[in-house]
Design a protein around this ligand. Structure first.
Ligand code: SF4
Length: 342
């Protein structure tokens, strides 16, 4: 899928005609226009949350949340330059480059995740993309985790032709590859691969019949317009991503974004909740995941995210290399809110 606005049909949702870009009346299946998406961001907070909750209830059980556990199977030493990432070899952070985990460790961790209630197990590796010698052991991990009765997910960077098919044949259910941000802001954050590379990988994943997990990060210094641009890229995919992680930037010392933003939050919590709500409204059938940054959120903000339509979380003590609320706290919060897991 090209970055520029090729017309794509949006089969799964029905939205008001005014949302579509009316300048192209010839388009059989018009895009959701960025202006219309930005207008959602500008709604009064209560109106936006009401719309999001209405869409959410029409498409999902409002009191169920899907639990995914994420394990870093190969940490650090990455050749890429993502400005938010402590795993990039070029930045001086506390994350060291490690060997890939062995199969037994991965399977034992997956078993524990299942015992704790996770339904999906995500395996992440800090690579630009996997070489075949890297992919072979990952295929074994996917087979073994799938055999435990868990849904499987991988995030391994860019995929070459044929690699998504190998993962699919091993039993992969989801592949995560985030767009991160809008095309217009992307170059401020990453220079070692371009937006089109990301879209090409997502095309390969989709083409292999693997579910797409793709979202972004907010709080990197982007504008509201650029947040709307990210949502437009995701919502105009055909089909829309089955899973949409929305991450709140965790600024890690030693990364360029920490240097640039100085540890100060770049967006207010209300803008984060708005982003969740707009994702929910524009991608009604997708699972919208409240992802990184949750540890820094109080319970009230997390509850607002669920009210805005988030219905998936990462569950477990660590998110690749940054912290995540521990399982006990999550269980307590779910009990307070009457939420149960899918
Ligand atoms: S986000 Fe992924 S690709 Fe980018 S530097 Fe980190 S590990 Fe590498």
């Amino acid at each position: 899928m090209p970055v520029i606005t090729e017309r794509k049909s949006i089969q799964s949702i029905s939205v008001p005609a005014s949302w579509h870009d009316a300048t192209d009346s010839a388009a059989a299946s018009p895009l959701l226009a960025i202006d219309a998406i930005e207008a959602l961001f500008n709604l009064p907070f209560a109106d936006l949350i009401h719309q999001a909750q209405t869409v959410h209830r029409a498409n999902h059980d409002a009191n169920k949340v899907q639990l995914s556990t994420l394990l870093s199977i190969k940490t650090g030493g990455c050749s890429e330059d993502c400005g938010y990432c402590p795993q990039a070899a070029r930045y001086h952070t506390e994350v060291e480059s490690e060997e890939m985990l062995d199969l037994a460790t991965v399977v034992a961790t997956a078993k524990l995740a299942k015992e704790n209630g996770a339904s999906r197990f995500c395996m992440g590796a800090a690579w630009r993309g996997p070489k075949q010698r890297d992919l072979d052991p990952v295929l074994d991990m996917v087979r073994e985790v799938k055999a435990l009765g868990l849904e499987t997910c991988c995030t391994l960077g860019m995929l070459k032709d044929g690699q998504a098919e190998q993962l699919k044949n091993a039993g992969l259910d989801y592949y995560n590859h985030n767009l991160d941000t809008a095309p217009e802001f992307y170059g401020e954050v990453i220079t070692t691969r371009d937006y089109q590379d990301r879209l090409d990988t997502l095309d390969r994943v989709r083409g292999a019949g693997v579910n797409v997990c793709s979202g972004g990060i907010v709080g990197m210094g982007e504008s509201q317009r650029e947040r709307a641009g990210l949502i437009a890229q995701l919502a105009n995919m055909n089909p829309q991503p089955q899973s949409v992680p929305i991450n709140y930037l965790v600024q890690v010392e030693g990364t360029p974004l920490h240097d640039k933003l100085g540890g100060e939050k770049a967006i207010d919590w209300t803008d984060f909740v708005r982003t969740i709500a707009v994702a929910r409204i524009t991608m009604p059938a997708s699972f919208v995941r409240l992802s990184a940054g949750r540890q820094e959120m109080n319970e009230a903000t997390q509850a607002m995210c669920f009210l805005a339509g988030a219905n998936s979380i990462f569950y477990g003590e660590k998110l690749l290399t940054t912290g995540n609320p521990d399982v006990t706290r999550d269980k307590a919060l779910f009990a307070k809110l009457g939420i149960t897991s899918l």
